[in-house]
Design a protein around this ligand. Structure first.
Ligand SMILES: Cc1cc2nc3c(=O)[nH]c(=O)nc-3n(C[C@H](O)[C@H](O)[C@H](O)COP(=O)(O)O)c2cc1C
Length: 422
């Protein structure tokens, strides 16, 4: 009889690296850069809290591969030349050291947002094709993207590889290529945003070429023991978009590359399924309600040869255990609950604090609700970065206003920094 692994058992990845347990801190963009879009003491404090909390796999918030394409103005940029400035490599090393101090495996999420860039940041976005993010009522937040030329596509692939190489130099254990949530890789994968008719568009094989070429380019410049992971949408949750059958086919192609883990998520800015907002809410399955992508993960597990991580909706120990018991999932990804309780793994191992709750946001406007949830979570990250504990009671409206004000200030700093770049 085979038994399913315990949440607190180690996992050895295909490259031989070992995670001490099956709980992962999923990527959360922190917006905590110091001047010059680089890490500093605040990120060290924050990641120390997660390291102390016993998380087996720590995935950073997305680190940007290009200076003119940030998911938010407070993001970290790591590119060719970043370490040429005295002291900057050390900043990344200190960040890595703190995050690894609890024995967890540390992976830097590397990302390019493509068209999902705020117009206020002053940069024309790029994408597979000339499309624009459409959020009803918020049209002015985004601009129509410039469709990348073939040479520009190759230049971005090289950027992912260079960022991965620098992450390894700084002491990170691996990278995760962000291929989900409507960012650039996901824009290439989706037929809604990829309208190209060259080798990068058309049939799925061509739409997946960008991701596969990034994986190969990254693998070519890092050591075999360095982890290369991919975050992938199980579906876009938009009519005519990337679907489960596409995700399964992409995973089959990834099986042939040296990929150490695939994380399953879903959605985009236009359809925030990663927050559980467009899921059908089938009340017949508690597991599905509490773990948004579990049914998709089960299906994908049928074809995947690498370990699978599934993220979205986990707030209870019982849910995490139930997901492990399906035998389809190797690692449970948790984002928001670890912002409210950074030592959740240690508490769960001691059978304490079996459920994490945060104030529900039930506003009618989906976009405002989604933004408020993000702002409340970020407020907790910013508390930890300042050496404080997260706060259980937090006002969605206040968090949203504070976040907007912070973003405005960071946008000004970012635009000044960018203007000074060559
Ligand atoms: C504040 C915040 C920032 C996020 N930033 C990222 C990110 O940088 N990269 C990413 O892949 N997902 C990001 N996400 C999505 C999470 O990784 C995760 O997929 C989602 O929150 C669902 O997991 P949860 O229910 O455990 O929170 C972010 C989520 C939040 C709340």
């Amino acid at each position: 009889m085979t038994t399913t692994p315990d949440l607190f058992s180690p996992l050895t990845l295909p490259n031989g690296a070992t995670l001490p347990n099956r709980i992962a801190k999923a990527a959360m963009e922190e917006n905590l850069c110091d001047a010059g879009q680089m890490p500093g003491a605040r990120l060290v404090n924050l990641y120390q809290a997660w390291a102390d909390g016993g998380t087996g796999l720590i995935i950073t918030g997305n680190v940007m591969v290009a200076p003119n394409a940030l998911t938010g103005p407070g993001g970290i940029v790591l590119q060719a030349g970043t370490f040429d400035t005295s002291g900057v490599e050390d900043r990344f090393k200190k960040w890595a050291k703190a995050a690894k101090s609890g024995g967890g495996h540390l992976v830097m999420q590397i990302s390019h947002p493509g068209r999902q860039v705020f117009a206020a940041q002053g940069q024309q976005p790029v994408s597979a094709s000339a499309t624009k993010v459409t959020l009803p009522g918020f049209e002015s937040l985004f601009e129509t993207a410039h469709a990348l030329s073939g040479d520009e596509v190759k230049e971005i692939i090289a950027r992912f590889a260079e960022t991965a190489r620098l992450a390894e130099t700084a002491g990170f254990d691996g990278v995760q290529i962000h291929g989900a949530h409507g960012y650039l890789v996901s824009q290439f994968l989706s037929p809604l945003t990829n309208l190209r008719d060259d080798e990068w568009g058309g049939p799925l094989k061509n739409r997946a070429r960008f991701l596969l070429e990034i994986v190969r380019a990254v693998r070519a410049v890092v050591a075999p023991g360095f982890s290369v992971m991919v975050k992938l949408n199980s579906a876009d949750f938009q009519r005519g978009g990337f679907e489960l059958k596409d995700a399964k086919q992409v995973v089959k192609w990834l099986n042939k590359e040296d990929v150490d883990m695939v994380e399953i998520s879903g959605g985009s800015y236009e359809s925030p399924a990663m927050q559980g907002r467009t899921i059908d809410g089938d009340a017949s399955s508690t597991l599905k309600r509490e773990m948004y992508f579990i049914e998709f993960a089960k299906d994908i597990a049928g074809v995947a040869t690498m370990p699978l991580m599934v993220t979205g909706g986990v707030t209870k120990l019982s849910t995490a255990n139930m997901a492990m018991e399906t035998g389809s999932v190797d690692v449970i990804g948790i984002a928001r609950a670890l912002a409210y309780q950074p030592d959740l793994p240690k508490q769960w191992q001691a059978q304490q604090n079996a459920e994490i709750n945060w104030p529900a946001v039930t506003w009618k406007n989906q976009t405002f609700s989604a933004l408020a949830v993000m702002s409340m979570t970020k407020a907790q990250l910013h508390r930890m970065a300042a050496g404080k504990r997260p706060k259980a009671k937090i006002s969605p409206a206040l968090a949203l206003i504070k976040d907007r004000l912070r973003q405005k200030k960071q946008t000004k700093q970012y635009r000044n920094w960018l203007a000074g770049q060559a």
